[in-house]
Design a binder for this molecule. Structure first.
Ligand code: OAD
Length: 250
């Protein structure tokens, strides 16, 4: 499938481009998505038993160890062609705002530092009481306890710096994302089911504000319904081709 000419024309003329991506972008890096049948994390585990503050206070060891397993999985993964294409796009379009729902930190490893991490970053740990960051040396020194205690508060425990179900997003991050969606004239959405708020509202906010929307996904889903274009197929296929086409104008 070729890139539709009108999509390319709109993308070339875009003055405020925003990218919103999800787990589908990291699938090619070997990181499971959440909702795909069989392989998705939430297909095999119950989110409410692992990714909520209640789950952590009830059984911090299980929750900490599940994230330690995900961290080990991510530690062995590399950015893929989709991440590299976004990093290249950011070099070419300094005003580009990339917003990710992913917590794997792969955009930064691909050289895209200015990524907005809506749901935090699994590579960072914080105090469960003060939410202050806990450095890796402390965690290594206390690796015999699961989860390690926090150095910042006597009742605190180490927890992953990710947004759990029922928790609100970092206010400054959310405000930046909402402003970007309201002010953009083109939003490229890649690899998300559009299942989780408030991230899932960003494309609708952009569309409402008059932006053109393109959706990259293996198959049409929630986002395709409100997109002007749907590119069916993997993000690691389409993103490099979009960047190449922007370079050559073909
Ligand atoms: P999902 O697992 O809900 O959706 C992944 C989407 O990526 C699906 O629509 C797949 O069809 C698509 N997909 C899979 N492989 C792809 C590929 N190679 N190229 C393009 N698309 C592909 O993951 P998210 O939408 O990211 O929340 O989920 C959103 C949030 O729900 C996550 O951030 C997480 C989860 O609970 C938190 O961590 C707070």
């Amino acid at each position: 499938m070729q890139i539709p000419q009108d999509l390319l024309h709109a993308l070339t003329r875009a003055r405020k481009l925003v990218v919103l991506d999800g787990a589908g972008l990291s699938a090619a890096s070997g990181i499971p998505t959440f909702r795909e049948a069989q392989t998705g994390l939430w297909a095999r585990y119950e989110p409410t038993e692992l990714a909520t503050p209640q789950a952590f206070s009830k059984d911090p060891k299980t929750v900490w160890e599940w994230y330690a397993w995900r961290r080990r999985l991510i530690a062995g993964s590399q950015p893929n062609a989709g991440h590299r294409a976004l990093a290249e796009l950011a070099r070419r379009l300094p005003g580009l705002q990339v917003i990710t729902q992913n917590v794997d930190g792969l955009h930064r490893l691909a050289g895209l530092e200015a990524v907005l991490e809506l749901h935090g970053n699994i590579r960072r740990s914080i105090c469960s009481v003060t939410r202050r960051e806990i450095d890796s040396q402390w965690l290594e020194r206390h690796a015999d306890v699961s989860p390690p205690p926090s150095p910042h508060h006597p009742d605190g425990l180490a927890r992953p710096d990710v947004v759990w179900f029922g928790e609100s997003l970092d206010e400054a991050v959310l405000t930046t994302a909402l402003n970007a969606a309201e002010q953009c004239d083109f939003m490229l959405v890649a690899g998300t089911s559009g299942a989780v708020q408030p991230a899932a509202s960003l494309p609708a906010i952009a569309r409402q504000a008059g932006a053109q929307i393109a959706d990259i996904n293996l198959q049409p889903g929630e986002i395709a319904r409100l997109a002007h274009w749907h590119l069916s197929g993997p993000a690691e296929h389409w993103l490099p081709r979009l960047v190449e086409a922007l370079e050559t104008g073909a």
